[in-house]
Design a protein around this ligand. Structure first.
Ligand SMILES: Cc1cc2nc3c(=O)[nH]c(=O)nc-3n(C[C@H](O)[C@H](O)[C@H](O)COP(=O)(O)O)c2cc1C
Length: 456
């Protein structure tokens, strides 16, 4: 069997993910493996059609296409995303169509499910036969049990290909709307006052709805608004995964990204993120924007901002994209609002965008950030544990930040809770005490709120 591995690590051959592929190879040596470094070589692939043609020819000759990648900002890295975009842009879908596929990622399990949902949907859109995913914690291969688990996964995938099992498509094809947005003449505007508004867009002229939506939201604020196009910034490339920033938040790139981030975004109160749906995410330019913010490590770089997502395209049909954006906002300690062009009439979109401008200003004035949901509550615990232990050596800047901001909030450190448990857990072994405790449970649970509510 010929297995073509699409390596999604910008580090090329020397990376964690390929160790997992090497392990599969070691356990199943009777197959032909070809590894294509599509993320690392993306610039060459974009420029040199011979390189592209060679790669697509390899895919064409494969029995199994294995998407193997590290998680980058809740998805694959921008370079891998760009490779996926090129498949459609260059009409190479036929090379993938009908092939069996599976995916493998390494990560710290921070939104790994979103990345696999994305690759699964991409495979469905390419008419591939997707057999499933394997999401490894980056150090799993060091554990005997996990090695056995990986071997079982590979064995099941390989036998499925050999047996040519039937596979059902799981995601529905995207239905693209033909709605053309024409902005109306009347507009309710809002005075942003002292609040600084920045619109970030990746508009390249290919989405008239995005252009019109961005223009409408811009004029929705009566004060000054800064509009920045990602394509006009000096960003030389995607994150390389070198992690040098881990030491003191200094990015290895010396292009304009960090200055732009610090001087334009950090001082803003309201940031509009305007983009259109490309395959099952935003564009790779947007992905590059997110990936490069990794110079801030695992600390919130844009904390306290109001974020307005202005999106052209079928966001409502891509729950994993909506989830990725909402989770990014929640983990960043921001507040998000969304408007898309999934409407019936232009007047509806005018009203939604005008209202969004007003609601963003109101929320900024109130300094409203919603309570965290599972995304950030769970995310915090993953980061906290890793930065305290396994990743501390590399992410020393994060460690300092977590110490300074009291983020190592392990429950074991709470002496009061430990004391209460030490006393009450043994007491519950006494049947009479236990009976009374559970009978009064409702009252025990609300007792701490009494001082807050008084006699109401
Ligand atoms: C820019 C960047 C973003 C990352 N984002 C995530 C993430 O969203 N979720 C996660 O679990 N791990 C994330 N990681 C961790 C990597 O996925 C993990 O270290 C992976 O094993 C690296 O694999 P590689 O050596 O094959 O590139 C990120 C790492 C980098 C450098």
């Amino acid at each position: 069997m010929k297995i073509v591995v699409l390596n999604g690590s910008p580090k090329g051959d020397i990376n964690v993910t390929m160790q997992y592929v090497a392990y599969i190879r070691k356990k199943f040596p009777g197959h032909e493996y070809e590894i294509l470094n599509v993320a690392q070589e993306i610039k060459k692939i974009e420029k040199d059609t011979a390189v592209w043609n060679k790669m697509t020819a390899s895919v064409r000759s494969a029995d199994l296409v294995f998407w193997a990648f590290p998680l980058y900002f809740l998805l694959v890295c921008a370079q891998y995303k760009r490779f996926i975009e090129l498949i459609a842009e260059r009409g190479a879908q036929d090379a993938f169509c009908g092939k069996y596929a599976a995916s493998l990622s390494t990560s710290i399990h921070f939104f790994d499910q979103i990345a696999h949902a994305y690759i699964h949907a991409i495979c469905d859109d390419l008419d591939m036969k997707y057999l499933g995913f394997y999401s490894a914690e980056m150090r799993d291969l060091l554990v005997e049990e996990e090695r056995k688990r990986l071997e079982k996964f590979a064995s099941l995938v390989l036998s499925a290909v050999e047996e040519k099992i039937p596979v059902q498509r799981e995601t529905s094809p995207l239905v693209r709307s033909t709605f053309a947005y024409i902005t109306g003449k009347d507009q309710k505007t809002v005075q942003a006052g002292t609040k600084k508004v920045v619109i970030l867009t990746d508009d390249n002229g290919n989405s008239p709805n995005l252009t019109a939506m961005t223009s409408r939201i811009r004029t929705g604020f009566s004060g000054p608004v800064e509009m920045i196009n990602l394509h006009e910034l000096d960003i030389r490339g995607g994150c390389l995964g070198c992690c040098q920033c881990g030491y003191d938040n200094t990015c290895i790139y010396t292009d304009g990204y960090v200055d732009f981030f610090k001087n334009k975004l950090v001082p803003a109160d309201i940031i509009i993120i305007a983009g259109s749906v490309h395959d099952r995410y935003l564009s790779s330019a947007w992905k590059q924007f997110f990936d490069r913010s990794f110079f801030k490590g695992h600390t919130p770089g844009l904390e306290g901002k109001q974020i307005g997502f202005v999106i052209a395209g079928p966001l409502g049909q891509i729950p994993s994209l909506r989830e990725a954006l909402a989770a990014w906002v929640d983990n960043g300690n921001c507040h998000a609002q969304f408007v898309t062009d999934e409407v019936q009439e232009s007047g509806d979109l005018d009203a939604l965008l005008d209202s969004m401008a007003t609601r963003l200003v109101r929320a900024a004035e109130a300094e409203y950030i919603p309570p965290h949901t599972f995304y950030a509550v769970g995310g915090h615990k993953i980061f906290r544990d890793n930065i305290c232990a396994g990743l501390r050596f590399v992410f020393q800047a994060d460690y300092r930040y977590y110490c300074e901001h009291g983020l190592f909030d392990f429950p074991q450190a709470d002496l009061k809770t430990r004391l209460l448990n030490a006393v009450f857990v043994p007491l519950t072994r006494i049947p009479g005490f236990r009976k009374k405790m559970f009978a009064d449970m409702k009252h025990h649970m609300i007792k701490p709120f009494k001082p807050v509510l008084g006699d109401t």
